[in-house]
Design a protein around this ligand. Structure first.
Ligand code: IPD
Ligand code: CA
Length: 267
């Protein structure tokens, strides 16, 4: 079998996202949604599991030699090519009927995320990127044509003019870093907790300039990294290292990265 190209892999990821959207949208706001608590005390729904299964089935059929890491069913296979899946990022929103949630699909090759798809059907948005081919958004709601738009981060150059987003105050507090977030909040123009994948996609779209948080797993960030980077931004840990396995993340428009890291390090 010939090796798939990156374009082949992206086409497959978008196809799998279509299948995932059909399953997740059918369960969103359904009256018989089954919600359970996982051993780590976080919620999981039947939709999380069904979406991961449909993506895994597609990958097993189309990329049988590749490894898979998913939030609900763990790691399978061993290969320099690993698909990383969060079937529903924003499960807490999903189960409360808030439309800000997405299926995240990434391909990591030799440790580097080379493509990411963030598909948010209830929010009527899908973002994607692959290395060297830009970051894109398609919006399907009223007033939108189905044409993809190429994304670019903002040109804001100073923190005093920056709009920042984060996920939760509790996340920073539990990491012992609430003072860092408060110092950053005082230094910037505006703060809003848009949360979940949306904060990072807003950085890629140039709508927000800085986004960061603690308490992350590789499947929470793998798909976000190429999208922010291909839009011209930077995506690292909160101390400036690689983000995929750091457990925390800082995404910026690039111009503000060093200033943000320096401010956060000032504790
Ligand atoms: C959560 C989201 C959230 C992050 C949490 C994650 P989930 O993922 O990514 O933004 O702050 O740490 O657990 O559980 O909804 O897939
Ligand atoms: Ca999840």
């Amino acid at each position: 079998m010939t090796e798939p190209t990156l374009a082949d892999d992206l086409a497959l990821a978008l196809e799998l996202a279509d299948a995932a959207d059909t399953v997740s949208l059918d369960r969103f706001r359904s009256l018989d949604l089954v919600v359970e608590q996982k051993p780590d005390r976080t919620p999981v729904t039947d939709a999380d599991r069904a979406v991961e299964r449909i993506i895994r089935d597609g990958l097993a059929a189309r990329r049988p030699g590749d490894s898979i890491l998913g939030e609900e069913y763990g790691e399978t296979g061993s290969s320099p090519r690993q698909w990383i899946i969060d079937p529903i990022d924003g499960t807490a929103n999903f189960l409360r009927g808030v439309p800000v949630w997405a299926t995240l699909i990434a391909l990591v090759v030799d440790g580097t995320p080379v493509l990411g798809v963030v598909s948010s059907p209830a929010f009527q948005k899908r973002w994607w990127a692959s290395t060297g081919r830009g970051a894109w958004l398609i919006e399907t709601g009223p007033g939108h044509t189905a044409a993809p738009q190429r994304l670019a981060v903002s040109g804001v150059t100073g923190l005093t003019d920056a709009s920042i987003s984060y996920n939760s105050l509790k996340g920073w507090d539990e990491a012992g870093s609430l003072d860092d977030l408060m110092r950053l909040s005082r230094a910037v123009w505006r703060t809003r907790a848009y949360g979940e994948m949306w904060s990072y996609m807003m950085v890629a779209e140039g709508l927000v300039d800085v986004s960061g948080e603690y308490d992350l797993q590789p499947y929470d960030v793998a798909a976000l990294i190429p999208i922010v980077e291909e839009a011209g931004g930077r995506f690292t840990s909160l101390t400036g290292g690689e983000a995929l396995h750091a457990g925390n993340a800082l995404a910026t428009n690039g111009l503000l990265h060093a200033e943000t890291l320096a401010l956060l390090a000032r504790s």
